[in-house]
Design a protein around this ligand. Sequence first.
Ligand code: KIV
Ligand code: ZN
Length: 518
Amino acid sequence: MAQERVMIFDTTLRDGEQSAGTGLTGEEKMEIARQLARLQVDVIEAGFAASSPGDFDAVQAIAREVEGPVIASLARAHQVDVDAAWNAIKDAAQPRIHVFLSSSEIHIAHQLRKNREEVLDLATSMVARARGYCDDVEFSPMDATRTDPEYLYQMLEAVIEAGARTVNIADTVGYAIPSDFGKLIAEIRHNVRNIDKATISVHCHNDLGLAVANSLAAVQAGARQVEGCINGIGERAGNASLEEIIMGLHTRRDLFNMTTGVDTTQIYSTSRMVSRITGMSIQANKSIVGDNAFRHASGIHQDGVLKERTTYEVMDPDTIGWAGNSLVLGKLSGRAGLRSRLEDLGYVLSNDDLVRVFDSFKVLADKKREVTDRDLEALMAEEMRVTLEPVTYELEHVQFSGGDHDIATATVRVVGPDGTVYSDAATGNGPVDAVCNAIDRAIHIPAKLVDFNVQSVTEGIDSLGQVSVRVQRDGSIYMGRGTDTDIVVASAKAYVSALNRLLAQEGVREIPEPLTTP
Ligand code: KIV
Ligand code: ZN
């Protein structure tokens, strides 16, 4: 029997970006969108155009540049949202407007404060408005899984009649369980008169840890589009993890008899890129892309895998483009070797960029005996951070001292936007605290450090340290990252990076009086 196709709809740049403190810049969203196109997802939801001028610009830039996938923008069922969505995506080769409106009684009564008829009218009139702009319109009844099924069927029938080509059954609060959700999809197919005129999509959140299981149950029941995010990031406990859905369908194709258009060998690099750019680390035992996903600790398992891989592995790591932790380069490696290895990892550099990256590589290779793929990825992340991030203040110098019997002290030098040098010193509860205090004293940007995370890139004692921090001001969270062989320096870079994002996103340029200008 011929295999049917399941469309993969990626919402990393919209629902994923909603995760607390992710706040990506337009350039960062573009980097991820280019990689999603290499992964060959069917649809990229590039953002929510009406939500902010920055998001509008990012969606528009992606629509203009990224080829291959359909480019979608989310829109509430408001005229201004639908119009903004269209204006942002109209230059895409394949634009899609994605309209959503709550359908559950609890949302209608408490959030929308309307009656069912009014909600139905709004849904159909906004779908019709979107159809006035383009053929490809998706409609999502929000909180569909807690909606009275009869009202849900009625709403789906009405929006399909109004022109929706895709209807997306949203488990907004992650309430469904697989058997019920599969049954709901089957009942929608049975009870919505014109359902053959639309593709059924599903959009599952992970509050009960069931988002992937629910999505796969829906595919078995007839859904032909699945929405999710790379690494399962997203609102609260996240969205369905797209790499798990793709590999579930692929690995158990005997059962599903379905294909996707995805190039699975791009999964690993996409996952690493999303983690690096969002600063959201991947737990070691995460399915498919976690560090331990293809590692065997037990002697019996190791013995089996060495004799025949399939004894304890249901997937070949090559299928997802997992390069392992192979030793690749060292201080004697040349520029050509570096270029070739970076290309294997998905980084295509201009000659000028290569010269710059090679300089950083040499500095790293001098500090570290072995430069692995992971180190190269971290190096590229730092390069991208430096070239893509908004830079108001640049960290020029960090010095610190401490010990178990000494008070930690630090001195920093930071260069401001007009070249002014700010420097100051501070003590702290440990060197990281001292460095952050010194930065605060030097550039006076009031913000609270609310999250601090250090990870080593590889196992060795000489490993690079990757630090991500979140700072808070006026209820908003801003993320920053830094990489260095010294974790205190990485922390200082991450802290300045978060402050730069804060300033860029607030559109503020706070230029304090220099306290000292050496
Ligand atoms: O979770 C949800 O309901 C959504 C909709 C906007 C599709 O993200
Ligand atoms: Zn969602």
